[in-house]
Design a protein around this ligand. Structure first.
Ligand code: UDP
Length: 242
């Protein structure tokens, strides 16, 4: 396919810039090295993060697409840049948790790393100003953030993403602790997976040692943040292990 040229900057977020293209159904997304945590109170730069996140997201979007999940991904058009379908983002952050960690472990006073059975899928309202507050189905519907049907699609989609990623990452020695997904709607109303699946939005632990290889290295000042991102990229690029 011909890659449509970059047009104007439509939106700049914490981790990405979104540009229009000459095709109104497509946008180009540039992944940035800028890093933020704790609702943007902590800021920094992670060298090479944009390229890692673009590469990891490309591969993981392919994995979930092969499992039958519709996504916005079209092509990686530069090391740090994707061409994607233009969607309206549903303002619901979908959090999938295989183990308790981060804010969840704190909220319920449980050990970091506790295995969760069944897997927990929860919603947060996507609002930086409000710090992404958790909400239930009734809240999301009553406040007009999503319809009941869309929530059903988000739940089924998130469960399917988890089922596809767990074995793929396990083969590469990565423990998928938790992650955040965002979905959007195409002009015909179809719900598709959007945004990214990367060490910025997933907790990846080394399966053997429990070492954190994701943004927690930045959040918690664990050191060698770049090395963690590069390790995730290297493992995900592996076609097969052993
Ligand atoms: N997450 C994210 N963006 C957010 C909030 C969370 O990508 O605005 C990801 C985070 O990286 C983790 C998972 O969602 O993999 C669960 O995060 P949690 O609710 O524990 O919040 P955190 O402790 O990261 O603030």
């Amino acid at each position: 396919m011909t890659i449509p040229d970059r047009g104007e900057l439509l939106y700049e977020g914490k981790g990405k810039r979104v540009y229009s293209t000459s095709d109104e159904t497509l946008v180009r997304v540039v992944f940035k090295d800028d890093a933020t945590a704790f609702n943007a109170q902590k800021r920094g730069t992670i060298q090479g993060k944009g390229v890692v996140n673009a590469a990891v997201t490309e591969r993981l979007m392919q994995v979930v697409a092969e499992a039958g999940v519709d996504t916005h991904f079209v092509a990686r058009v530069a090391p740090d840049e994707h061409l994607v379908k233009r969607v309206d983002i549903i303002p619901v952050e979908v959090i999938v948790r295989n183990r308790a960690s981060g804010s969840f472990a704190k909220r319920y006073g449980v050990e970091d790393g506790l295995e969760l059975e069944p897997t927990v899928i929860e919603w947060c309202y996507k609002s930086d100003a409000l710090g992404d507050p958790p909400m239930n189905d009734a809240t999301a519907v009553a406040l007009g953030f999503a319809t009941e049907e869309q929530l059903h699609d988000l739940f089924e989609g998130a469960a399917a993403v988890n089922d596809a990623l767990l074995p793929f990452l396990d083969e590469r020695g990565l423990d998928l602790v938790d992650f955040k997904l965002e979905f959007g709607t195409l002009p015909d109303g179809t719900v598709v997976l959007a945004d990214e699946i990367s060490p910025d939005t997933c907790r990846f632990w080394d399966a053997a040692s429990g070492e954190r290889l994701d943004k927690d290295r930045f959040r918690l000042d664990l050191g060698d943040v770049e090395a963690g991102y590069q390790e995730v990229a290297a493992r995900i690029a592996l076609e097969e292990t052993s």
